[in-house]
Ligand binder design. Structure first.
Ligand SMILES: Cc1cc2nc3c(=O)[nH]c(=O)nc-3n(C[C@H](O)[C@H](O)[C@H](O)COP(=O)(O)OP(=O)(O)OC[C@H]3O[C@@H](n4cnc5c(N)ncnc54)[C@H](O)[C@@H]3O)c2cc1C
Length: 367
């Protein structure tokens, strides 16, 4: 007998599991999430887990703010702790152009009630004395930001959704999304078909391949990013914020007894220059481990979220390195649109057809 579901989610990362959970929480539980590998095995498990409010596109700030409300009560909501360390993000700006952009964005964030502040260089020194500040023009800090455990978020959403009645299948590759005259009609797995009128593509860098056969382009491509761990904290205080040297992309934060750090370079020898410039003591650090994954890049570094021209087909991908921090609000939005309800946030400007109409909305605070 062919299985029938009210909605099928393709992809078991933070976005797919969030959508599944929110559907279930709203009462849609005849659902199936299909994950080709294991839950969280895509970009999600590779993420630094950063949660920040500081964006230059106000839609991203709204998404982050709505998501923050869920991250801060995640355990209460799902029963799973996510180790959210709300230590703040400290952006270091080394030129007037960037400082002006962050200052403008901070004003917009404060209008939304977010307490982003401009810090003096002395305040930066006091927060993290190990930072080289001589060429820093300005800095911004928001205490609501921080980092959490992406895998815990996935497991939390998944187990809560299961408890509410949703089904999750791992090792289940979706080969094709099926359509008929009325729109989406199902999904084809290897050896099985599931019948449904609603499909959510939340397949990370795999999303484009699922959409293309339907004549619909989701322009997302993978950009490899690597994260490093050193067991040496180099004297960086336990309370230190996640520090971002914005112009180079080098960032670091305390992790347990040591430090996590990364940048735009995947080769540690190449990362060494911006890293030792901003955090000179890092020259002494040994790297104990590293891992890499894909930033799922879109042409304007903003997510693509919406409904495809095929009835019943929804998508969320192309988060360009900030999908974890947006996943609660995006999952909520997907659940609301699948159910045909009015949405908590207006994300109508995030649809993928902006690349056809030329209405790009560039997010430039990409780390
Ligand atoms: C090094 C690194 C650091 C990052 N740091 C941060 C950060 O600090 N903060 C932040 O917000 N974001 C960060 N990100 C980005 C973040 O990881 C992603 O934006 C987010 O995880 C995207 O989640 P997703 O659920 O859309 O995709 P994914 O986690 O990639 O999940 C998609 C899933 O779909 C599955 N899939 C694909 N095709 C199919 C198919 N045909 N059938 C079935 N399943 C399929 C895949 O196996 C995968 O598990 C980082 C990313 C990297 C690589």
């Amino acid at each position: 007998m062919v299985k029938t579901a009210d909605a099928v989610i393709v992809g078991g990362g933070c976005v797919g599991t969030s959508a599944l959970f929110h559907l279930a929480a709203l009462g849609t539980t005849n659902t199936v999430l299909l994950e080709a590998s294991s839950l969280g095995s895509g970009s999600t498990s590779k993420a630094a887990g950063g949660i920040r409010m500081q964006h230059d596109d106000v839609v991203n700030t709204r998404l982050a703010l709505r998501s923050l409300q869920e991250f801060t009560r995640f355990e209460q909501l799902t029963g799973t702790p996510i180790d959210f360390k709300q230590v703040g993000y400290l952006f270091l700006l080394d030129n007037d152009h960037d400082f002006a952009a962050f200052t403008r964005a901070a004003a917009a964030q404060r209008e939304l009630g977010i307490p982003t502040e401009i810090l003096s260089i002395d305040a930066v020194r006091e927060m993290v004395p190990q930072i080289y500040v001589e060429d820093v023009v300005g800095a911004t800090f928001c205490p609501w930001e921080g980092f959490a455990a992406p895998e815990a978020v996935v497991q939390g959403y998944a187990s809560a959704a299961r408890r509410l009645g949703a089904e999750i299948r791992v090792g289940s590759l979706v080969v094709e999304i099926l359509t008929d005259g009325a729109g989406v009609s199902g999904v084809r797995l290897e050896g099985e078909t599931i019948s449904t009128r609603s499909v959510v593509i939340a397949a990370g860098v795999g999303s484009a391949d699922l959409a293309r056969p339907l004549g619909f382009e989701l322009p997302v491509h993978g950009e490899a990013r690597t994260i490093f761990y050193s067991s040496q904290a180099l004297g960086v205080p336990q309370s230190a914020p996640l520090v971002v040297d914005f112009s180079t992309g080098f960032y670091f934060h305390r992790e347990g007894a040591g430090l996590v750090f990364a940048g735009r370079q995947s080769d540690p020898a190449e990362l060494s220059e911006p890293a030792t410039h901003r955090l000179p003591a890092i020259a002494e650090a040994s790297i104990e481990s590293s891992w890499w994954g894909y930033y799922e890049m879109s042409p304007d570094h903003n997510a693509m979220i919406g409904q495809a021209p095929v009835a019943g087909l929804h998508y969320a991908t192309g988060f360009s390195g900030h999908g974890f921090m947006q996943s609660p609000a995006v999952g909520e939005y997907l659940a609301e649109t699948v159910r045909g309800e009015s949405t908590t946030l207006d994300l109508s400007s995030m649809t993928a057809d902006r690349f056809v109409s030329g209405q790009h909305r560039t997010e430039s605070f990409v780390i």
